[in-house]
Ligand binder design. Structure first.
Ligand SMILES: *Cc1c(COP(=O)(O)O)cnc(C)c1O
Length: 338
């Protein structure tokens, strides 16, 4: 409905299930915990990027692109899924991989996402600088320029916040889908919890809820930058998304909920609460969280439950954004099990 005027290609298996986590909820003896399974979107092992790519690649095809370019970390789920989408749509694909995470084992560089990237056969470029989104985008655009000079029609999916957030439109759709599922179950969501990185997912979901007239809090746990920087980014992005779908002033600063308690010591680094969260979900529910995003968001949510910030009788929906392939890049998780 809100996103109808944008070009889209079908990539994600939707609707994804909304499930009750019975064992976990019983163990925690607090709020009822539900999980929205966007780790099950298909597309070479799933994750939130499938919904985002529907709009980026819709836009790319609309522009007559024959080659897709994007960038991300060594264990990037976004890069893995962009390659899969390009393969499915028979487009060429070139990716720029950034060195962002230090102190990792050899598997980090070879297993999980990097393995799958090679299997699907993208052309890979390397970028030495991590945490420099604009620099990575500049490098992408210069590759695009070279391709254009050779008669190709490249389409860049950028990383920094200076571009229209097409990917967020996929999460406007997800908000509509999720509210429909809640209504069917007569479930009132007291909060939705997720991991927030680029902010595309968070901004899209929040904007979708508000556009539908729901004031459900959407709480994002930071994975990349502190809450002040992330909140600024989310406000800007949400207003951009709102304006793309025809709403002015839909989002105000009080709509932006972020928490960075689980961020330290930084992107892609393991911490005790993260390891506990991964273990708990694996052993109580057979749900696989990832070490970079969903594990941190779950750790943050468990911490808030422990501190009684959510109470009995409330319903919390955890948005599982995927990422489990990265587990294979962190074999030390087993050695560090509590
Ligand atoms: C990319 C990613 C996120 C963050 O999503 P954004 O839209 O960039 O904020 C969260 N979880 C997983 C598993 C991801 O791959």
């Amino acid at each position: 409905m809100f996103t109808d005027k944008f070009a889209r290609v079908e990539l994600a298996h939707t609707p994804t299930p909304l499930e009750y986590l019975k064992n976990l909820s019983r163990k925690l003896n607090g709020p009822k915990i539900w999980i929205k399974r966007d780790d099950c979107t298909g597309l070479a092992m799933g994750g939130n990027k499938a919904r985002q790519l529907e709009y980026y690649l819709g836009h790319a095809l609309q522009q007559g692109a024959d080659t897709v370019l994007t960038t991300g970390a060594i264990q990037s789920n976004h890069v893995r899924m962009t390659i899969a989408a390009a393969r499915k749509l028979n487009l060429e694909v070139e990716v720029l991989i950034e060195q962002q995470v230090s102190g990792r084992k050899v598997q980090y560089y070879q297993s999980g996402n990097p393995f799958l990237m090679q299997l699907m056969g993208a052309k890979i470029h390397h970028h030495p600088q991590g945490e420099d989104e604009e620099g990575a985008d500049t490098a992408l655009f210069s590759i695009a320029q070279r391709l254009r000079a050779n008669g190709k029609k490249p389409y860049v999916i950028p990383l920094s916040e200076n571009y229209q957030p097409y990917g967020s439109l996929g999460y406007v759709d997800c908000a509509v889908e999720l509210l429909k599922q809640c209504n069917k179950l007569s479930l009132k969501a007291d909060a939705v919890v997720l991991a927030t990185g680029s902010g595309a997912t968070h901004a899209g979901l929040l904007t979708g809820f508000r556009a539908l007239g729901y004031d459900t809090p959407v709480l994002g746990f930071c994975t990349r930058r502190d809450k002040i920087a992330q909140a600024q980014r989310l406000l800007k992005k949400s207003l951009q998304v709102a304006s793309m779908i025809g709403f002015d002033n839909l989002i105000s600063p009080s709509d932006i909920c972020v928490d960075d308690n689980m961020l330290s010591p930084g992107y892609g680094q393991l911490t005790p609460p993260l390891l506990e969260a991964i273990d708990l979900l694996a052993q109580y529910e057979g749900v696989l969280l990832d070490p970079t995003y969903t594990g941190k968001a779950m750790a943050g949510m468990l911490d808030l439950i422990e501190r009684k910030r959510f109470c009995q009788g409330q319903n919390i929906i955890f948005l599982h954004t995927g990422g489990a392939p990265a587990l294979f890049g962190y074999p030390e998780i087993l050695d560090l099990q509590p």
